[in-house]
Design a protein around this ligand. Sequence first.
Ligand code: NAP
Length: 291
Amino acid sequence: MKIDNRTILYGVFGGTVEHSLSPLIHNASFESLGFNCVYLGFGVPPEKLRQALFGAQALGFGGLSITIPHKAAVMEMCDEVDPAAKMIGAVNTIEFTADGKIIGYNTDGIGVARALKECGVMIKGRKVMVLGAGGAARGVVFQLAKEGAKKITILNRTIARAENLTADVGRAFGNDIVEWAPFKPEVAQKNAQESDLIINTTSIGMYPDVDRNPLEGVTLSDDVTVFDIVYNPMRTKLLNEAERAGADTVTGDLMLVYQAVEQERIWLGIEPPAGTMLDVMRNALTPGNNT
Ligand code: NAP
């Protein structure tokens, strides 16, 4: 990779970014495209976010990814926020336009839709059980509603969060397509039987807690598709058990890559090499390889 005075910088602003896979994914894409661009991770404390954002704009950055804990706070620093990001209540992508504007987007939902589409999983007309109601769940649930899911049932440990997300999605898409229920094994079992698609958006099963499964004790049938957005490990305990039950599975690395693909479409106006981005990430997530 050539770095010189013309190199355009991109980066991710987050609380801790040491373990972010975004630099790996975007730099692999830039290199494969032959673009003179570099993507770096930047740890930014909340009280420095505004300064860092306007600093990046002043330095001519091409764009930014925004991650925890800045996704909501950055919204009021943008000149414009894309309607999807507004609905979700979080921005994960910043575009610096040629006429000096800062525009915020959220690409998580598109990442989910494209991951499912690439695996041949339909959303329209389907019944979906979503585990979790945190930040990632918001992007997932709004996209499911937008893509025409027939019914979305949100299960969450903290009831208030499930209620809020249900109300927000209901206001935008109609109360009849979304409901919430407490995250209990018997409730999960009943809903699992009635669902075409199950999406885990909780962090249960994420490294280092790889021996945990959000659907522990729940019997899955072979006609359901299970999508775990946790990507480290790539094959979570939930996905391994779903596969043993004969269910189709979708891995979270696909969502991560396709939301990054969408970011580059926003920044560069081109379709980046998703295959290269996926290969480099899967290689990094393979146990024994260093990230
Ligand atoms: P978050 O906002 O902190 O939400 C975490 C969710 O997990 C909440 O619903 C929380 O429930 C639930 N949860 C956590 N521990 C639990 C437990 N022990 N029992 C029951 N529920 C529990 O985090 P997030 O940003 O949504 O991220 C969630 C996961 O998605 C992470 O593993 C992250 O790496 C992954 N992710 C993947 C992608 C991708 O592109 N593949 C993108 C974004 C996030 P409460 O509300 O009750 O606390």
